[in-house]
Write a protein that binds this ligand. Structure first.
Ligand SMILES: [Zn+2]
Ligand SMILES: [Zn+2]
Length: 293
């Protein structure tokens, strides 16, 4: 059992997450890992010689664009039904919409790549027509698109293995893929604020007093709240753009425990509810920043 699955299973003992939610995310993680293995067997999904880190970063652009990634068509063809099966199993009400989506892509497999790109970048033409066709809301469609994109971006980021040095990158979006931060963590060693990309998993340092979504650095309009001040989790909110980001403080975790942001995100769904009740929106679902959108 890998570290993710172990930490996910440990959530089953906590009141904040149901066993069904844990099983749902475990099933998605398993698919994600299986697909990364398939991508591995194809020697990856990016051409390394196309990537020019210094030039892209000098323009404030992430290293990867959607056009740099090869979304292997045959892998996508099996990935879509796998993701759809998990979603309908845990959410039977989505069955008719998912069935309509599956039929659409059986007829139009070439549009899968556009679907992924639009779901991540917030482009709306294909999403609007799919929302009408399937009677699913665009958020759910974007979540599916994100599940399809994720293994490719994670694999590409691992293949690039690009490490941010010092204050080389000061943006609120990912230096590797342009994705938005899923969560922040305060590093155990030095308390530094680190953001983790929601799409490719890259980590990068970011100023403490700054909103990653609108760059606001006015401390009077940046606040945070805890549900319980002994908890390692908190929510940082920006009153300028009304977005929030959750944070895990590693220094408040037990000595032998590390933050695993994707799991901490699931464990803190109650904080998403609390932030929503205060009328703050989730910044991690904002569009990916890319040069070729
Ligand atoms: Zn990223
Ligand atoms: Zn803001």
């Amino acid at each position: 059992m890998d570290g993710y699955t172990q930490k996910l299973n440990a959530l089953k003992d906590k009141e904040c997450v149901s066993a069904e939610q844990v099983n749902f995310f475990t099933a998605l993680f398993d698919i994600n890992n299986k697909v990364k293995q398939l991508i591995d067997n194809r020697n990856g999904c990016i051409q390394l010689q196309n990537i020019a880190p210094a030039e892209r970063h000098a323009q404030g652009l992430p290293l990867l664009t959607f056009n740099d990634i090869e979304f292997h068509a045959d892998i996508l063809k099996t990935l879509l039904p796998d993701v759809c099966a998990v979603i309908t199993y845990y959410n039977p009400a989505s069955k008719p919409g998912i069935a309509a989506l599956t039929v659409f892509f059986q007829k139009e497999p070439d549009k899968l790549q556009q679907f992924i790109k639009d779901g991540c970048t917030g482009e709306s033409s294909l999403m609007d027509s799919l929302a009408r066709l399937t009677a699913m809301n665009k958020n759910t469609l974007a979540i599916i698109a994100n599940c399809l994109a994720k293994p490719f971006f994670e694999h590409a980021a691992a293949q690039l293995n690009f490490k941010i040095k010092g204050d080389q990158w000061s943006k609120g979006y990912c230096p590797v893929c342009g994705g938005r931060p899923l969560m922040a963590k305060f590093r155990r060693d030095d308390g530094k604020r680190i953001l983790e990309c929601s799409l490719c998993g890259t980590n990068w340092p970011f100023l403490r007093i700054r909103c990653p979504f609108c760059d606001n650095d006015d401390k009077d309009t940046l606040q945070f709240f805890f549900v319980d001040d002994t908890s390692p989790y908190r929510v940082d909110v920006c009153d300028k753009c009304r977005k929030y980001i959750k944070t895990v403080d590693e220094r408040k975790l037990p000595e032998n425990e590390e933050a695993v942001v994707v799991i901490d995100d699931i464990a803190t769904a109650y904080l998403d509810v609390a932030a929503g009740n205060e009328k703050y929106g989730c910044g991690c679902s904002e569009s990916v920043v890319t040069a070729d959108s």
